[in-house]
Design a protein. Sequence first.
Length: 133
Amino acid sequence: MWKNVEHIGIAVKNLNDSNKLFETLFNKSAYKAEEVESEQVTTSFFQLGETKIELLEGGSDSAIAKFIEKKGEGIHHIAFEVDDIYAEMDRLRAEGFQILNEEPKKGADNKLVCFVHPKSANGVLVELCQEIK
Ligand SMILES: CC[C@@H](C(=O)O)C(=O)SCCNC(=O)CCNC(=O)[C@H](O)C(C)(C)COP(=O)(O)OP(=O)(O)OC[C@H]1O[C@@H](n2cnc3c(N)ncnc32)[C@H](O)[C@@H]1OP(=O)(O)O
Ligand SMILES: [Co+2]
């Protein structure tokens, strides 16, 4: 079952600068920063109601750097909380979606994550995530 929009990922060039900008915009501080080596990204998170904003700065070979090079800074992905990521990956594959991961992997903020290719989701990079218990 799909639940809430867990976070919206925003690709940024400089995390320090963007932290300050979004702190001013939201009038609140990021509640955490985290490096995710497997994705070559450093992230920070702002909690807004039940949804988070995830700022992402990427290393030179990262998906984030490639995205910024092509499209510039901005919304990179939308992440949805699901209750059974394995079942949803099987279901989506059977429905013909291109899932970018063989298995869920460890993402930021204590989640298992996987991605659906934007070419099979109307140009939107979709992330599924499930809390690690
Ligand atoms: C912090 C960890 C985790 C979390 O816990 O939240 C994260 O959020 S990590 C976020 C960063 N990681 C990822 O994005 C992993 C999944 N992404 C990928 O595997 C790749 O980025 C991709 C989607 C497969 C694209 O890679 P690639 O094919 O090498 O790049 P291209 O530049 O050639 O793109 C092909 C095609 O797709 C379009 N594209 C790329 N990224 C996006 C995007 N974010 N949203 C929409 N469209 C996207 C790109 O424009 C190309 O289109 P065409 O030019 O029309 O061919
Ligand atoms: Co994300």
